[in-house]
Design a protein around this ligand. Structure first.
Ligand code: PLP
Length: 387
């Protein structure tokens, strides 16, 4: 057995989801506010495109980088929406979900012993992906700075061994969105120190109020050091299809391509056809806008109910579909607290420890759930805090 893998722990979120399933198996109905999976169905035009592609014979191997027509459409989207110029024949790879794109990038960038700066709270695969590459995660707490890494924190974390900075905006689990100015400052420091940056932008389209998303790869000064990571999962409610893409310079893309070829060969071509429809079909775009409006409406419901909780307990996010709940006042560590809500009140929140050791005072509540479920969960929080 690979001794090294023992360092990588099982995903806390998956482990907690298993616990939820066990409680459900006892016959209880659990209100699920722990998932990162949109509660919307994939739109019919996308499903039909996948089905039609299967009928048309897209059921064999294909070009490992991704279908040329999909990469061409992605290059158009990148320039028009993200202001990123990418050569579809050399700088874009279609991956088996964002988590696979992250894996490719980390495998291509990291040598054993390299340090990866990971702002906390973080999405678990940043840490485990680092360990899988035999590199060293350097966790930097950003809980006191609006869940965003500051320039000072970054400067302090950089050592001679630093190789990579992980950035995620809009962020999971905090929903924090870095402004363009904040990103420019951070990226200048990182690039001056010769670091690569993985810019995880899978929540790029889920923004609230008038929050703006800015892509680091749009600036030529940073472009060469950046791997930009995008996914169809969250924007188009396509988590189960497993399709995403990475954008990087030609040399790095060539390295990532080898890891892709030796891990999955190619993303299922009919899935890529479905992704193409998601990207280009007007009905898919209208659906995306409707989902966005619904997420924002749910966030408003949370904002209103949060007034019944002590100030600062609920972190209202600028992007994505998660709220962090500060449970310090309840006097339980995060797993105990999540188990309490699950077993006593039949509602599931993700324990904060899934997002870093410094997150024991938090639960994550998703609003990729119905308004009724959100109201139920908020009601249970309000009664717990009023005791
Ligand atoms: N990045 C972040 C921050 C996420 O939360 C997720 C999924 O939860 C992903 C990337 C990857 O999603 P997928 O692998 O479904 O594309």
């Amino acid at each position: 057995m690979n001794e090294y893998l023992k360092l990588v722990s099982e995903s806390e979120t998956i482990r907690f989801a298993d616990l939820v399933r066990r409680v459900e198996a006892t016959g209880k109905k659990v209100i699920k506010l722990e998932t990162g999976d949109p509660d919307f169905a994939t739109h019919q035009v996308i499903i039909k495109a996948g089905y039609d592609a299967m009928q048309a014979g897209y059921t064999h191997y294909g070009v490992s980088r991704g279908l040329p027509e999909l990469r061409a459409a992605l290059a158009r989207k990148l320039i028009s929406e993200n202001k990123i110029t990418a050569d579809p024949s050399k700088e874009i790879l279609v991956t088996n979900g964002g988590v696979h794109g992250l894996y490719l990038a980390m495998q291509a960038i990291l040598n054993p012993g390299d340090e990866v700066i990971v702002p906390e709270p973080y999405w678990m695969p940043y840490r485990s992906g680092t360990l899988l590459a035999r590199a060293v995660p350097v966790i930097v707490s950003a809980t006191q700075s609006g869940f965003k890494l500051t320039a000072e924190q970054l400067k302090k974390a950089i050592t001679a061994k630093s190789k990579l900075l992980m950035l995620n905006s809009p962020g999971n689990p905090s929903g924090a969105v870095y402004s363009e100015a904040e990103l420019r400052t951070i990226c200048e420091i990182a690039c001056d120190a010769g670091l690569y940056i993985i810019s995880d932008e899978v929540y790029e389209k889920i923004l609230h109020d008038d929050t703006k998303h800015w892509s680091i790869g749009s600036d030529d000064r940073f472009k060469n050091n950046v791997v930009s990571l995008f996914s169809f999962s969250k924007s188009y409610a396509m988590t189960g299809w497993r399709v995403a893409y990475v954008v990087a310079n030609e040399a790095l893309t060539a390295q990532m391509l080898k890891v892709l070829q030796y891990s999955i060969t190619v993303v299922a071509p009919f899935v890529q056809k479905a992704a193409l429809a998601a990207l280009t079909h007007p009905e898919s775009e209208a659906y995306l806008q409707a989902m966005k409006r619904e997420y924002s409406a749910r966030r408003e419901v949370i904002k209103t109910l949060a007034r019944q909780l002590p100030a600062g307990v609920v972190n209202i996010p600028d992007g994505a579909f998660y709220c962090l709940i500060n449970t310090a006042q309840l006097g339980m560590k995060s797993l105990e607290c999540a188990e309490h809500f699950l077993t006593e009140h039949n509602v599931s929140f993700t324990p904060g420890r899934a997002f870093g050791n410094g997150m024991e005072n938090y639960l994550r509540m998703t609003f990729a759930a119905s308004i009724d479920d959100i109201k139920y969960g908020m009601g249970k929080l309000i009664s717990a805090f009023s005791k």
